[in-house]
Ligand binder design. Structure first.
Ligand code: SAH
Ligand code: SF4
Length: 379
């Protein structure tokens, strides 16, 4: 492991209100905070000395006291289908990942909220790694800033951007890192900065019931709930945390989410596992237990990984399952897995040593691209 070097605090740790308060406390004019915010989140400028409308003394102050860096890239992999996976390294040497999925009508960035995960779902490769630590708010946000820089997605333009869909479906359980998640979302949606709409952001959870309504109140983003089984017994086997956060309470809570968050409906995600949760009886029970909840359903073919003995349901079983839910009146889609060849698909993220040895050549070329990108440019 690399030597741990204490860093200057990140400038990305501040919400707009906190940055303004900090400037006032230091006796600096409030509008300077606004100017800095504009450089960081509208122009993606990450060199204080290039922020041309700031006075020299302020540039030196910022330089001496804050870091303006996004997470350090350790590796990039590009799939045959255009999906990109970025592996980042924190200052403690621990690694986490983000995935960019380009589609015809949108660009989705899947971000991580933790390194590893405590929940330990039986089908999830991240879960098999155990929990290592929470990501800080600036590490969460930094994944978006990094991706925007690499993709040339500055200055911020809400009408035409390469990343217009953000999903918290990478490593970790976002609602177990609640404060940092909310802070990052608050910065992402700030109208005088990155200006993502809360409707373009989805937080996926394994069902941390006591944080679901606070999420509606504090952010109003879309909610996806990883269901995967519709009886308490089966769900407790697949998602051990179901023993604490019971399905019955989860349904009662989720029912209130659309109204409280002013979103259309919640999404239930359901990994299709052969002979485990994919029978017609499971589908019928599914339709029954979610009655009264404004919901749509997304069926996910299981993405296999080395070391897991589980198998995905066949296409025919998935179609049959979907049909039963559609006949019951639900919108039910089947997820098209992307980035399979680079282990970037849902639930395959894990920072194993084997993965780290892959393809050093690609990393060298990305590092050059990052060096040449808009870090340090003037606009
Ligand atoms: N921890 C959160 C978000 C990250 S996981 C959650 O569980 O919701 C994002 C989605 O990928 C979840 O629905 C999860 O259940 C699913 N998933 C995990 N492992 C998978 C695998 N091997 N194949 C397909 N989907 C998987
Ligand atoms: Fe954690 Fe989500 Fe994986 Fe479950 S599926 S172990 S909650 S990351």
């Amino acid at each position: 492991m690399r030597e741990f070097k204490p860093l200057k605090p990140s400038v990305f740790q501040f919400s707009f209100a906190e940055l303004t308060a900090f400037f006032e406390e230091k006796g600096m004019a409030k509008f300077r905070a606004k100017q800095l915010w504009n450089w960081l989140y509208v122009h993606g400028q990450c060199a204080f000395n290039q922020m041309s409308n700031l006075p020299g003394s302020l540039k030196v102050f910022l330089e001496n006291n804050f870091s303006c860096e996004t997470p350090r890239l350790a590796k990039e992999l590009t799939s045959n289908d255009g999906t990109k996976k970025w592996l980042f390294e924190g200052p403690d040497g621990k690694r986490f990942e983000a995935v960019f999925i380009p589609e015809r009508s949108r660009g989705t960035l899947c971000v991580s909220s933790q390194i590893g995960c405590f929940v330990g779902c039986k089908f999830c490769r991240t879960g098999s790694q155990g929990f290592e630590r929470n990501l800080s708010a600036d590490e969460v946000l930094g994944q978006v800033l990094f991706a925007k820089t690499l993709l040339g997605d500055w200055p911020t333009n809400p009408q035409n951007r390469k990343i217009n869909n953000l999903v918290f479906m990478g490593m970790g359980e976002p609602l177990f890192n609640y404060e940092n998640l909310c802070k990052a979302v608050n910065i992402l949606t700030c109208k005088s900065g990155l200006e993502f709409s809360r409707h373009d952001i989805t937080v996926s959870t394994s069902g941390i019931t006591d944080k679901i309504l606070p999420l509606a109140r504090d952010t109003g983003v879309n909610l996806a709930v990883s269901l995967h089984a519709v009886s308490e017994e089966k769900r407790s086997v697949l998602i051990p945390i179901n023993k604490t956060y019971k399905l019955s309470e989860l349904f009662a809570t989720v029912k209130k989410y659309p109204e409280m968050s002013k979103t259309d409906r919640v999404t239930f995600e359901y990994v299709m596992l052969e002979d485990i949760n994919d029978s017609e009886d499971d589908a019928r029970l599914f339709a029954q237990v979610i009655k009264g909840i404004r919901a749509k359903i997304n069926l996910i073919p299981f993405n296999a990984w080395d070391g897991s003995e589980l198998k995905s349901s066949c296409q025919e079983a998935i179609e049959r399952f979907a049909l039963i839910l559609r006949k019951a009146g639900y919108i039910c889609t089947i997820r098209n897995s992307r980035g399979q060849d680079i282990m970037a698909a849902c639930g395959q993220l894990k920072t194993s040593k084997r993965f780290l040895k892959l393809d050093q050549l690609q990393l060298d070329s990305v590092e050059k691209a990052v060096d040449k990108s808009n870090c340090g440019r003037s606009i």
